[in-house]
Write a protein that binds this ligand. Structure first.
Ligand SMILES: CC(C)(COP(=O)(O)OP(=O)(O)OC[C@H]1O[C@@H](n2cnc3c(N)ncnc32)[C@H](O)[C@@H]1OP(=O)(O)O)[C@@H](O)C(=O)NCCC(=O)NCCS
Length: 180
């Protein structure tokens, strides 16, 4: 039985909500093609709108299946304009997260605000005991974001993940978790 998170989460400055087909164009223009943004992601920069369209359709399917909550992040005052995503993969007693933010919003601590709200909601569920995230050992911004969201560094995972924008072979990651 997968854990269940709310359809909408609100933080001080943002709303986290289900992706929509109308998000495709904005996500494509705002960050899906940006090589700096996707450097440490497991996907290559999108070259066509169709790639972003397929990705959002996949996110909606995942959401509807209950396996995952790939939340779109939007500023409170403009719910129609995605600025990034925070995906929570749901397991029996644990949640795995991944995240990305449009470059012009970097440095405003928006992602730690979103992760913190999601973590509090998740750890309040009776069966959820752990939220985890991995990041590349060189992704300093991501590691700092997790530390500021109350995550603790647990270990280094050798040869963990292929990041296609960096190398063809698996690279090491850091495993972070926030537990109760
Ligand atoms: C990781 C990421 C989500 C952080 O989001 P954010 O809301 O900017 O996070 P913060 O404002 O808390 O900043 C976190 C760190 O990013 C770095 N940072 C801040 N502003 C930055 C900027 N303009 N450019 C580059 N790095 C910056 C700093 O190291 C900062 O840590 P510090 O506060 O200790 O100085 C964002 O950088 C991003 O989307 N990166 C690309 C996608 C990615 O790598 N996702 C994670 C995969 S594991």
């Amino acid at each position: 039985m997968f854990l269940s998170l709310p359809d909408v989460l609100r933080t001080q400055r943002m709303i986290l909500r289900k992706p929509r087909q109308s998000d495709v164009r904005i996500i494509f223009d705002a960050y899906a093609q940006d090589v700096e943004v996707v450097r440490y992601m497991v996907w290559r920069p999108h070259r066509t709108l169709a790639e972003t369209e397929a990705f959002i359709s996949y996110c909606i399917e995942e959401w509807d299946s209950g396996r995952s909550r790939p939340y779109v992040l939007a500023l409170e005052e403009n719910d129609d304009e995605p600025i990034g995503m925070l995906e929570a993969s749901l397991h029996d007693h644990m949640i795995d997260i991944g995240y990305v933010l449009q470059r012009k919003y970097w440095g405003a601590k928006l992602m730690s605000e979103a992760i913190n709200t999601l973590s509090e909601a998740a750890l309040a569920l009776p069966h959820c005991f752990r939220i985890q995230a991995t990041c590349d050992t060189e992704n300093y911004a991501s590691a700092r974001t997790l530390e500021k969201s109350g995550f603790v560094l647990e270990s280094k995972l050798a040869r963990h993940l292929v990041l296609p924008n960096l190398a063809d072979e698996p690279r090491p990651s850091l495993m972070y978790a926030r537990c109760r």
